[in-house]
Design a protein around this ligand. Structure first.
Ligand code: UDP
Length: 330
């Protein structure tokens, strides 16, 4: 029996592969390497290069490796891009998830874990936001994730497959042992961008909006360490093996930090300041979003190991430093 990880050469997927391997699982990765990296896949896992929309290939992998569960990360993740190119998101995140699910149903896969997003909530009315809050995505990215959640709900009602939809808050950091991290050069996420600015890999960074109704006027987010997030998936898998029913859960720590607090943490990791410019708001950003994260702790027994902004930033910084120095040595 094995676990199929789609997008296992990407940022979160490659951390998931490490977590599964250290738990003694057999792992097959399916990744088309458009944004993932072959080198990010642990050598103990089998890597198949291909597309999740290729139903014939997926069925062949499931049969050949006796796949019991699929953990599905493959997809597109840039929110502003989803606004300008929504069809890309409905294709990569929704339509191809449908094809992947069809292969799972055809081959009798038991469990399906889906990387959903806090973007399904849009602008929450209150914080922390719990799983039963109104689902009103404000970007095609969020809608594409919500559509897949709905598809999972209907498919699991009709077929013998259970699912877990994990709604991620702001995933950051890198493997504490420095083996892997966020390697996509064009990533737009705050902690990565700030680390790049601190390391001189970009000339400056911008703070998008300083007039939000928050303590210091900048947006508040719940930053979760990627290794803690991978552990939450493993616990969901264990739970699904032992219990019937489906899981829809937030993945965050339940506390938030402002953009300026993140910048300060990056200055601390770097040991110096860097060029930070105040800029107008970015379209579609909610002022604050923090996870109501009771389920993952109380039901799955999740005990985060890296719930510390300085530690998250230090791991991200160390990885970025490695990328920058290996690039300048090449
Ligand atoms: N942000 C920023 N400058 C950047 C990137 C992000 O000020 O270069 C802000 C962004 O407006 C948001 C927060 O940082 O308030 C987190 O953004 P990110 O893109 O990391 O994640 P999101 O919350 O959009 O998923």
């Amino acid at each position: 029996m094995s676990i199929l990880v789609t997008g296992g050469a990407g940022y979160i997927g490659s951390h998931m592969v490490l977590e599964l391997i250290s738990a003694g699982e057999e792992v097959v990765v399916l990744d088309n390497l458009t944004t993932g990296f072959r080198a990010s896949v642990a050598k103990e896992a089998k890597l198949v290069i291909g597309d999740i929309g290729d139903q014939e290939l997926v069925e062949q992998i499931i049969r050949e490796h006796g796949v019991e569960a699929v953990i599905h990360f493959a997809g597109s993740i840039i929110v502003p891009e989803s606004v300008t190119d929504p069809l890309k998101y409905y294709s990569n995140n929704t339509a191809k998830s449908r094809d992947l699910l069809a292969a799972c149903v055809a081959c009798g896969v038991k469990h399906f874990i889906f990387s959903s997003s806090a973007a399904v909530y849009g602008n929450p009315e209150t914080n922390p936001v719990f799983e039963d809050a109104r689902l009103e995505p404000v970007s095609p990215y969020g809608t594409s994730k919500l559509m897949t959640e709905l598809m999972l709900r209907d498919v699991s009602a009709a077929h013998d497959i259970s699912y877990a939809a994990l709604r991620y808050f702001n995933v950051a950091g890198a493997d504490p042992r420095g083996r892997i991290g966020q390697s996509t050069p064009e990533a737009t996420h705050l902690i990565k961008v700030a680390c790049q600015a601190a390391l001189g890999a970009r000339p400056f960074m911008e703070v998008y909006g300083t007039d939000y109704p928050t303590g210091d006027g900048t947006c508040i987010r719940d930053y979760i360490h990627v290794s803690d997030l991978a552990r939450a998936h493993l616990l969901a898998l264990v739970h699904m093996r032992e219990n019937s029913g489906n899981i829809v859960m937030n993945c965050g720590y339940g506390r938030g930090f402002s953009v300026l607090e993140v910048v300060k943490a990056v200055e601390k990791a770097a040991g110096h300041g860097f060029d930070v410019r105040m800029a107008p708001r970015r379209a579609g950003d909610p002022a604050a979003i923090v996870a109501g994260a009771g389920f993952v702790r109380d039901v799955l027994g999740w005990k985060p190991e890296h719930d510390d902004l300085c530690e998250i930033v230090a791991h991200a910084y160390a990885w970025e430093h490695r990328l920058v120095t290996s690039k300048s040595a090449a």
